[in-house]
Design a protein around this ligand. Structure first.
Ligand code: ADP
Ligand code: MG
Length: 413
């Protein structure tokens, strides 16, 4: 792809209106509504009432501020770890950190129900790092649904363990397995990975599960959505019976509870899930009228770059995302995309380009975007409707973070 990575340079006025026109004219032929009628969304339709895509005006003052019971210094972390926390810019615990860290420090198992972006990573990393500093003859296994999430946790781990002499290994699909195997030979204290690759490494005898008496399952509901249930069950069955477990999920249902019971007899349940976080997000829907083309409408929005500077666009299928990317790219919108068919490197590059503002829009499927933490996303656009309201909440939670106001627009036809 040939982006010009020049923020302003891309569109001189003339070429912009030109491409705008040809985009619309071309839409007859290039339209996703092909000759057979409609673009395929996949078999199922969304079960969401479109009224749920619309929010009232944003309340600015009404937000209740959580008062943590603890400061980071109260948790009893070793001084060198505490100073890494401070150095990393954390001044006050988030609610899930405030409530889960004491329980994990106490050696009890935790089930944490918390929205994305609420600081779960440090909630389990800090007590477990502390535990390993006190006793290095054990390991911590952290399982997450996606490669990107594993990488984010890995980066947080590195920040918190600077100078602490704890080994680590990132074991995710799409990356060279031999490098991971040789890293595992050093018996790292922390192993972070995705279920498929971890299972593979256990089967090959490279991951010595008997050492991993500490286990974290992150974003369990999504792991189940992606179909990782057999892999998770496999991994759990290889762990020591005596173990310390932390389990995080944004939702709790029969399936997640079944996994949880496999993992732990008597976990402490902590729920800090809040719907109010949506008050930061202005939600609306965009009605697509008969004869209108969704890609054209998206294009008309994105050419107004000042209004739509940093946008995540959700589509339902990899194929749909690819087509949309090609089309927008052709008409001069700087876009990148992440979905399951891309190599790990390509996904990482796409994310970096978006994070650093080299592209204006990131096109994503639900799975690929789960838990991704990107600052200052101005809009989430649901190009295809989400399947469930849960997915909707996850999608729009990419914007309106850190107290900023975000906008969520959902295309409905
Ligand atoms: P989750 O796992 O719940 O989605 P993360 O652990 O990824 O959330 O945290 C979201 C963002 O907030 C990250 O950028 C993280 O570094 C930051 N963060 C988490 N806890 C704190 C804190 N106590 N103070 C400041 N920033 C924090
Ligand atoms: Mg997380």
């Amino acid at each position: 792809m040939s982006y010009s990575f020049n923020r302003r340079g891309r569109t001189s006025g003339a070429s912009r209106s030109n491409s705008s026109r040809s985009f619309n004219r071309g839409s007859q032929r290039n339209s996703f509504r092909g000759s057979k009628g409609r673009f395929k969304y996949g078999a199922q339709r969304s079960n969401i009432n479109p009224a749920q895509y619309v929010s009232g005006p944003v309340e600015v003052q009404a937000e209740k501020i959580y008062q943590p019971q603890n400061s980071f210094a109260d948790f009893g972390l070793l001084p060198k770890l505490l100073s890494n926390v401070t150095r990393h810019g954390y001044t006050e615990p988030t609610p899930i950190q405030d409530q889960a860290i004491p329980v994990l420090m106490n050696g009890q198992d935790v089930v944490g129900i918390a929205n994305t972006g609420t600081g779960k990573t440090a909630a389990f990393l800090l007590p477990l790092i502390n535990k390993l500093l006190l006793d290095q003859d054990q390991g911590v296994l952290i399982v997450t649904p996606t490669r990107e999430l594993a990488l984010q946790i890995f980066e947080e781990l590195q920040a918190f363990t600077v100078g602490l002499r704890l080994g680590n290994a990132l074991c995710i699909g799409g990356m060279n397995i031999n490098a991971q195997i040789s890293r595992l030979r050093n018996n790292p204290h922390f192993v972070i990975g995705t279920p498929g690759r971890l299972k593979d490494l256990i089967n090959r005898g490279n991951l010595k599960t008997e050492l991993f008496s500490n286990i974290v399952l992150d974003e369990v509901d999504r792991m189940l959505d992606i179909g990782f249930r057999p892999d998770i069950t496999f991994i759990i069955s290889h762990l020591p019976r005596q173990r310390h477990a932390a389990f995080f999920s944004a939702t709790m249902n029969r399936d997640t509870e079944a996994i949880m019971r496999q993992l732990s007899d008597n976990p402490i349940k902590i729920s800090v899930k809040k719907q109010e976080s949506l008050s930061n997000i202005e939600q609306d829907m965009v009605r697509i009228k008969p004869g209108q083309n969704k890609a054209d409408i998206l294009y008309e929005m994105l050419i107004k770059e000042n209004e739509f500077p940093k946008v995540i666009v959700f589509g339902r299928t990899k194929h749909g995302i690819n087509k949309l990317e090609q089309k927008l790219d052709k008409y001069g919108i700087r876009v990148s995309s992440i979905h399951g068919n891309k190599s790990q490197n390509a996904r990482q590059r796409a994310l970096q380009n978006f994070k650093q503002g080299r592209v204006q829009a990131l096109l994503a499927t639900d799975v690929a975007a789960r838990g991704i933490d990107i600052d200052d996303v101005t809009h989430v656009i649901n190009f295809d409707e989400p399947m469930t309201y849960d997915d909707y909440i996850h999608r729009i939670g990419r914007t309106g973070r850190a107290g900023k106001i975000g906008k969520a627009l959902t295309f409905v036809d």
